[in-house]
Ligand binder design. Structure first.
Ligand SMILES: C[S@@+](CC[C@H](N)C(=O)[O-])C[C@H]1O[C@@H](n2cnc3c(N)ncnc32)[C@H](O)[C@@H]1O
Length: 346
């Protein structure tokens, strides 16, 4: 049985908040207020003490599948999600219900928060936790969130708290035109980064933010086609291996930048079957660049075909991983067969 909130728990919470502020994770008064208001120790499994609840550590719920995320990551995501009073929010991955309570504080009304959890035992426990902590009006549902929760749509914010490798059109279609979707997003073989997506026209504009993050994987019906990714990944790894030792200078920077750019360029080239078997990838890349706008040689031209959106286009800027992603959204009737749009994000 969890203990109720108390001056001791509030003191531990304040100490952790200070630590997260000093480390640069907790930045805004709104997120700090929410963090200080929600009794995290009411969301940990039985057997964990309040001292343990207020350490900057991850708490396992179901090994490999569900965790109560580390407080620093929770607040980092909340800062990026920019939830304001009165906003309607969808969370995918309820687990303990802790983040849903924080979202309720930020939205100013628990009934504006919709949270969906694939594991029925966790969803039931989250309902109890939320009730005990005073957030019983949060809408909790057991189910697969990969295609969203249409009944509550449109949402001002969609926050995914498990690692996605793809996104369904239905989910993006449930986002308000001025809305924002935040998710840890991993290209297989590379570390996940936080991805912020905003709808734009028939697509969405995305930016990778922050540091690489580690999350449990998103499960469910729509998690992308892993076989397709695997096949692509093998071809891409081969291309990367071939160019790894060369002085590769056009359009790519170093380390993750370089790997990510190489990965995506190679994926694009492979996908478009622009590499005849006897042609060096370097030549293919040059040809690809020459066919596009010259300025793109500086930023890297990429196309990341997502499983449901084979013609989605992606442009990556060298410095901050900002990119433009043309994703056909459900309500616009899909993307048809155009080729990737090339557009530099400023
Ligand atoms: C890192 S935990 C989320 C932590 C949670 N936000 C909290 O505050 O405790 C990820 C959760 O996502 C859930 N999940 C994974 N795939 C899902 C899906 N398709 N739909 C809904 N929940 C999913 C997992 O069961 C797990 O509980």
């Amino acid at each position: 049985m969890n203990v109720p909130d108390s001056p001791v728990a509030a003191g531990l919470r304040a100490r952790l908040a200070d630590q997260l502020k000093r480390a640069g994770y907790l930045r805004s008064p709104a997120v700090e207020e929410a963090f200080l208001a929600v009794p995290r120790h009411l969301f940990v499994p039985a057997g964990f003490t309040p001292e343990e609840a207020y350490r900057d550590e991850v708490i396992p719920l179901i090994p490999g599948l569900a965790t109560l995320s580390q407080p620093s990551i929770v607040v980092l995501m909340l800062e990026e999600a920019e939830v304001r009073r009165g906003m309607k929010v969808l969370e995918i991955g309820t687990a303990s219900g802790y983040n849903a309570a924080l979202l309720a504080e930020l939205a100013g009304d628990p009934s504006l928060v919709y949270t969906i959890e694939i594991d029925p035992r966790l969803a039931a426990q989250a309902r109890r936790n939320l009730e005990a902590a005073g957030y019983g009006e949060v809408n909790v549902r057991t189910g697969d969130g990969t295609r969203g929760w249409p009944d509550g749509a449109p949402y001002d914010r969609v926050v995914v708290t498990a690692e996605a490798t793809d996104l369904s059109r239905e989910l993006l279609g449930q986002l308000d035109p001025d809305g924002l979707l935040l998710t840890p997003f991993a290209i297989p073989g590379l570390p996940a980064l936080l991805l912020r997506l905003r709808p734009k026209g028939a697509g969405a504009v995305g930016t990778f933010v922050g540091i690489p993050v580690a999350f449990v994987p998103l499960q469910g019906e729509y998690t992308g086609d892993s076989r397709r990714w695997e096949a692509k990944s093998r071809r891409v790894q081969r291309v990367i291996a071939e160019v790894e030792d060369e002085a590769w200078s056009e359009g790519v920077a170093l380390s993750l930048d370089r790997r990510l750019a190489l990965y995506l360029v190679a994926a694009a080239v492979a996908e478009k079957e622009a590499v005849p078997p006897d042609e060096q990838p370097r030549e293919a890349w040059r040809r690809y660049i020459e066919a596009g706008e010259p300025e793109l040689a500086d930023v890297g031209v990429l196309a990341l075909p997502l499983a449901e959106c084979p013609n989605s286009g992606l442009v990556l800027r060298r410095r901050d991983y900002a990119f433009r992603l043309d994703l056909p959204r459900e309500r616009n009737g899909g993307g048809g067969g155009e080729s990737p749009r090339r557009e530099v994000v400023r």
